[in-house]
Structures are given as C-alpha cells and as structure tokens.
Design a protein around this ligand. Structure first.
Ligand code: PLP
Length: 409
C-alpha cells in the first residue's frame, strides 16, 4: 500500500473557475443570441509586442544553426537576461543588487509555490485575505496547516484586507515566520505606499520574519508614492524575497518567463541557530529541480528591456490602464462603490447590500451579459466583493462598461 501525502486531501476542490465556466455555459445555452463579455479572466488579450516577436524569431534561427545552437542553459538564467533585469528594474532605480541575486524562471506562480520548500514545516505563515490562492494552497500541500473549517485553514494567520483598512494588511498579533504580501494586489487592486511598505519591512526586521513579496503587477503602478520594488525600502534586502513576472508586464502568460530576487543578505537559521544564506539554498534548489527557461524565451524577455520593447509594452499597459478607468466609471455610474484599478489591472467592487458575491455574479451575467469573479473565491474576506479585470480588448471593455452603467440595483 503506497501512502499519499494526505495534505492534498485538505484542499477543497478548486471550484471557483469551474463553477464560473459551468454557469456561463448554461447561460449561453439558454440565451444563444447573446454576446457574453468576460471581465473575469486574469489573462491578457493583447499579443506579444513586435520587438519581442523579432527577438523570438532571431533566437529560433540561432537554435537552428550549429554555430549558435544552445543546449542546457544555466538553471538560474542566462547572464544577458539577469544583467538586463538588474540594470532596468534595480540599478536604474538606485537599488544595489547583483546579477546572481536574480533567478530567472518560468513563472511567478511556480516560484511563489516552490519557495516555501526552503522553510521548515513548523514555520508559521501569514497571508492576506483575500489574495491570489497559490500562497495558501502550496503551504497546505506542504503540511504547514491544519484542516479546512468554516472557510479557513487551521494554523494559518489570515490578515483581513477590507474596506475598513483600505485593503492594506495589519501586522499579525502573533509570531509568524513568513508573510506573503501581494502588492499591487490580486484581487483587490490595492497597492502599498512607501510608508506602508516601510512599516512592514521594519516590522519584519524587528520580528525576525521573512516577507515573500509578490509584485507581479508592478508595471501597472501609476502613483509615485507606490514602490515598484520592496528593495526601494532601506533594509528590505535583509528580510524580503521579491517575485516578478513578464506575464502581465509584457504578455508572456503563454510564453512563460518570470524572475525571483533572493538577496545574499537574507539569512535563515538551522535549529542550532546557525545562519544560512537563502540565496545559496535557492540556487541549490533551482539547479536540482528546475531546467531553466528556454533560450529563445529569455532572448524574448531581454527584448522587453530594449528602448523599442519598452515603448511597445508601455503602450499595451496604457491600454489596459484605460480599460480600468472605463470600468471604474461605469461602476460609479451604476451607483456601485469600487476600488483598485489605479495601480493594478483589477477592479474590486463592493456588492450592493444584501447581494453576496455569487448573487452579484448571477445578476451581472443575467442583466449585463458580463462575467466577473466572485470575491469570495479569493478568501472569506472577499465575500461581498467582486473582481473585474482590465485585460479584455478596449472595444469589449467599453461595451461591457456601457451595459454595467445601465444596471439598476
Ligand atoms: N502572482 C500573482 C499575484 C498573480 O495574480 C499571478 C497570476 O495571475 C501570478 C503571480 C502568476 O504569474 P506567472 O504567470 O508569472 O506565473
């Protein structure tokens, strides 16, 4: 008899997106002539920009010639890409990192999911509620939680993010070893300002806690007082790991490339209290378990940082940012209270009194033919909220907005 990892049995099925798909399919069947518009997806709609496509073609040709062919590459990423990331995202922002503190990967999802492996199973984890579900689920799989009861896992410290605290998490009241912070946030669209993030870095320093900082949406920041990197805060290199992605920044959701920064100043401790370098441990983990990102994809990611690539991706991001404003205005015209959409591609609206997240989903589908995501799918504190995304085309976003603006509550 082969025993399974019973932690997997603790996970409730991932019903959110399959339930949405089922309800949408049923609606389409009953209303065959109607055009359903999705503002529910977290995927982009714009294609790769020309500078990236050109780099892909060029690198593909290199792979077909004996003189330029590449086999296994460095698991942590080619120097050309690590140097480009370092210069553009850190040195140009006066953040003194080094290239070997940057690890290229196939996704921020894989990295935020895998990183917890480096910590003992007894480590206490805190995370925002609501939030991107991968942080929680991977800690459940690793055995760092109890069972699931009344919408909560035992052993996890939930940090409620609600209208009352402006969707910014408050410090845990008990001791924690790891805290996941997602800013700009999926799903609430909120982003921490420099003073707010500084408080967290100072708190982590005082409390010997490590921050796992997911800034997959930093490219959507528009306000100057919102940091793009946690390392803009003095002292953060001693307490924080940062996750970044080309997915939403440059339309790489299908192409796959991301990176994680693990500063050499960041230490973890063995049971005897001896410090160890987290950077060296992550290198060990990646070189053993990860094959690296394809050469052609890394060349494509490098092209994102060229002047032409930057101009082209900025134009795409601007289009999504405009979509967010269109959605926000429509919601306000309908008399709804909405948050986010300023530093993130997500709009987080408050459902009207007495209408829960799923009832709002049904109403939006039935009366506007628009699909969104019930907030409760991102955590118990998401009940009473609803997420819309700015990733659809301008035309469909405008049409969805027109319908939303006419809704009556
Ligand atoms: N982090 C957050 C907060 C996300 O919302 C997502 C994707 O939706 C990811 C990470 C995953 O990024 P990637 O496509 O690089 O795996």
């Amino acid at each position: 008899m082969t025993l399974l990892n019973e932690n997997y049995l603790k996970l409730p099925g991932s019903y959110l997106f399959s339930t949405i798909a089922k309800r949408v399919a049923a609606y389409k069947q009953e209303n065959p002539g109607k055009q359903v518009i999705s503002l529910g997806i977290g995927d982009v709609s714009r294609p790769l920009v020309p500078a990236v496509v050109e780099a892909l073609h060029k690198a593909s040709d290199e792979m077909g010639r004996a003189e330029t062919f590449r086999g296994y590459g460095p698991e942590q990423g080619y120097a050309f890409l690590r140097e480009a990331i370092l210069k553009h995202d850190y040195l140009d922002r006066d953040i003194p990192l080094e290239a070997d503190e940057i690890f290229v990967s196939d996704g921020a999802k894989s990295d935020v999911a895998n990183f917890q492996e480096l910590f003992d199973v007894s480590c206490k984890v805190a995370l925002q509620d609501p939030v991107y579900p991968v942080y929680l689920d991977t800690n459940v799989m690793a055995g760092r939680t109890g069972g699931f009861e009344n919408g909560r896992f035992g052993g996890i410290v939930y940090l409620p993010c609600t209208e009352e605290n402006n969707f910014i998490p408050q410090f845990p009241k008990e001791r924690v070893d790891l805290v996941y912070l997602c800013s700009p946030n999926n799903p609430t669209g909120s982003a921490m300002t420099r003073p707010e993030l500084k408080k967290w870095v100072d708190w982590a320093t005082e409390n010997n806690c490590i921050i796992l900082y997911d800034s997959a949406y930093e490219a959507f920041i528009t306000q100057p007082d919102v940091p793009h990197s946690i390392y803009e805060i003095p002292g953060a290199q001693k307490v924080a790991v940062e996750f970044r992605s080309f997915s939403k920044t440059a339309g790489f959701t299908g192409t796959r490339c991301a990176y994680t920064v693990v500063p050499k100043a960041l230490q973890v401790f063995d049971r005897a209290g001896k410090p160890h370098c987290l950077n060296a441990l992550w290198l060990r983990r990646q070189t053993t378990k990860f094959n690296g990102v394809p050469y052609v994809v890394q060349r494509a990611a490098e092209a994102v940082f060229s002047p032409l690539g930057q101009a082209q991706i900025q134009a795409v991001i601007k289009g999504y940012q405009e979509n967010a404003q269109v959605i926000l205005q429509a919601l306000r015209s309908a008399g709804l209270i909405a948050f986010g959409g300023v530093n993130a591609p997500y709009i987080w609206l408050k459902t009207p009194k007495g209408v829960d997240s799923w009832a709002f989903f049904d109403k939006l589908l039935a009366e506007a033919c628009v699909v969104g995501t019930p907030g409760v799918g991102f955590g118990a504190c998401g009940e009473g909220y609803f997420r819309l995304t700015a990733f659809n085309t301008p035309e469909l976003t405008q049409e969805a907005a027109r319908r939303i603006a006419n809704l009556k509550f």
